[in-house]
Design a protein around this ligand. Structure first.
Ligand code: IMP
Length: 199
């Protein structure tokens, strides 16, 4: 039997690891978190794009492991806040505004119905020594007019995906993991791994 492909997920965000594990379930890939590998790394994300930040995280992590490293830089873009904003600053934007709950409350008041999207950029490093592969996933939608739902994390309670009339946080984890930006980037990655016979 072919051995599963081992990949280290370069994030300290347990929500992301959980979602990726659920999405990759059933494929010949074994995901290890930083915690599983006892890796402590938290580099400054001072890039100007999702791709740069994802690379910074993957590169810093790859110093601690010889298996391929996958990192996800993601964020929400809300048209009413300006071009691609908060985007790569999504996490810092929530912190700066007093935390995620306060920020979500402010956003439903200020930006209800604004077009928005979630973006996930993946960098996979060292599939072969020194190699780099990038994958991206986007889910379009709008900001809701109220905070809704208990699932997911971050901006999920205020984001209504196109084709739905409830927020992502109101969906089951299985439903989120079939439409999310992270799911779309993961499918692109898994297709690549299958086509190239890594799995
Ligand atoms: P990162 O860890 O630097 O990629 O920050 C991503 C930030 O974007 C998170 O802290 C969340 O605020 C937001 N974000 C990314 N993906 C999601 C998601 O699936 N749901 C809700 N918020 C997300």
């Amino acid at each position: 039997m072919k051995e599963k492909l081992k990949i280290c997920v370069a994030t300290n965000n347990e929500h992301k690891v959980g979602e990726l594990r659920a999405i990759f379930n059933g494929y010949d890939v074994e995901l290890y978190s930083l915690k599983d590998l006892n890796i402590v790394v938290d580099p400054e994300e001072n890039g100007k794009t999702y791709a740069e930040n994802a690379y910074i995280k993957a590169k810093a992590t790859s110093a601690f492991t010889s298996i391929p490293v996958l990192s996800d830089d993601s964020g929400i873009e809300i048209d009413a806040l300006g071009d691609h904003f908060p985007g790569i600053y999504s996490s810092r934007y929530a912190t700066k505004n007093g935390g995620q709950e306060v920020t979500n409350k402010m956003l439903v008041e200020k930006c209800a119905s604004s077009k928005a999207r979630f973006i996930a950029h993946f960098v996979l490093l060292n599939l072969e020594k020194g190699s780099r592969h990038d994958f991206e996933g986007i889910v379009n939608g709008k900001v809701s007019s109220t905070i809704e739902g208990k699932g997911g994390f971050g901006y999920d309670p205020i984001f209504v995906p196109d084709g739905y009339d409830v927020t992502i946080a109101s969906l089951s984890p299985e439903e989120k993991n079939h439409i999310s930006h992270r799911y779309r980037a993961s499918i692109a990655l898994l297709e690549f791994l299958k086509n190239e016979k890594y799995i």
